[in-house]
Design a binder for this molecule. Structure first.
Ligand code: FEO
Length: 170
């Protein structure tokens, strides 16, 4: 059984994951409009991942007999100055999400809710990957940002990313 406080915090994280997906879709739309379909593809896959993160939390709340409560999703920004600005924003956002996950873990430890702590460890590991992949894209964009042909090469590379749904394990 989840405590009220934990249920509220998990619902908050569910909303944050959906917001991440919404933010990344806004970035995808920005890239579609900038004729960078590979970058747009990367952001679309990222948005799908965020929805799957949200659903993982949704399933866990249900599994523990809690109640999923949907709240308003904040409007994301719609414009950025450049691909570099988008890429910096992605990394910054993932770092923020890591902080949110860490706060959830702190709460689980405080409440001695070992099941939720165990569940959250998947997200702790996932955030390491998320920051690594966002940082990798940022590094490539930084190197290519002064050269349109460099940016197009990165675009071709990012076009190859495909969504791999997480395994069914919870
Ligand atoms: Fe759900 Fe990108 O962290």
């Amino acid at each position: 059984m989840l405590s009220e406080k934990m249920q509220k915090a998990l619902n908050g994280q569910f909303n944050a994951e959906l917001y991440s997906g919404y933010l990344y879709l806004a970035m995808a739309a920005y890239y579609e409009d900038s004729d960078l379909p590979g970058f747009a593809n990367w952001m679309r896959v990222q948005a799908q991942e965020e929805l799957s993160h949200g659903m993982k939390i949704y399933d866990y709340i249900v599994q523990r007999g809690g109640r999923v409560l949907l709240d308003t999703i904040e409007k994301p920004p719609l414009e950025w100055d450049s691909p570099l600005a988008v890429s910096e924003h992605v990394l910054e956002h993932e770092q923020k999400v890591t902080g949110l996950i860490n706060e959830l873990v702190n709460l689980a430890l405080e409440e001695k809710d070992h099941a939720t702590n165990n569940f959250l460890q998947w997200f702790v590991a996932e955030q390491v990957e998320e920051e690594e992949s966002a940082g990798g894209v940022l590094q490539k964009v930084r190197m290519a940002s002064d050269s349109p042909s460099g940016l197009l090469m990165v675009d071709s590379e990012l076009a190859l990313r495909v969504f791999n749904p997480p395994t069914t394990e919870k």
